[in-house]
Ligand binder design. Sequence first.
Ligand code: AP5
Ligand code: MG
Length: 214
Amino acid sequence: MNIILLGPPGAGKGTQAQRLVERHGMKQLSTGDMLRAAVKAGTPVGLKAKAIMEAGELVSDEIVSALIGDELDAMPTGTGAIFDGYPRTAPQAASLEAILASRGRALDHVIELEVNEDALVERITGRYTCAACGKGYHDTFEQPAVAGTCDKCGSHEFKRRPDDNEETVRTRMAEYRAKTAPILPIYEARGIVSRVDGMADMDAVTGAIEAILV
Ligand code: AP5
Ligand code: MG
């Protein structure tokens, strides 16, 4: 199964993708995570992407589509893909069709996480992740069971994203409204869009997604 999780910054795409990976052995394909890894490694892609990401703007379509194609090529054919943060523009949506078709894959579901934008700034500015394994946490909504220790791997190192400040979040939301939300009708016309209340608690959101996937 190949699915897209669509929603503005902080909607819960990464949170829900991690849960689907754990429960179903699918693979999360997050262009944001791939770009952050490239920035950290100082690759040519990372050098191009760094300032754009810190400003909350979009990296070029060619770069992100190439990253997605490479990741899919590295995956076993039977493993399902969860696209998280991709596609984000009409050209990326067109590229994804070609990328999937050339690999014998097709999209099964586009799941839109519907959220109230006012809540997203709090979600994003409170977010942090384990520096060792990447497990996501939140100052208010998802704290480790033992303060300062990752539930998943026991690490004591955590990190925050440089683009998780209020000003950049506002730019990221504007980019979503202008360039990403308009791609939904492409998938609506094919009858593969489902909507989930992303303001519900995390377990309820997971349950609603599971109900779509059966
Ligand atoms: P990316 O990394 O994709 O960021 P984003 O789309 O802005 O989305 P986020 O990761 O901020 O939000 P999320 O929906 O994953 O929320 P999360 O689950 O963490 O992209 C970053 C940048 O990279 C872009 O700005 C761009 O520059 C570039 N880029 C990436 N892809 C690109 C592309 N395709 N094209 C061009 N450029 C690209 O949840 C947020 C917080 O809320 C967490 O702390 C979580 O614990 C909490 N939370 C989650 N769900 C709930 C809930 N139900 N209730 C309460 N709290 C919740
Ligand atoms: Mg994310």
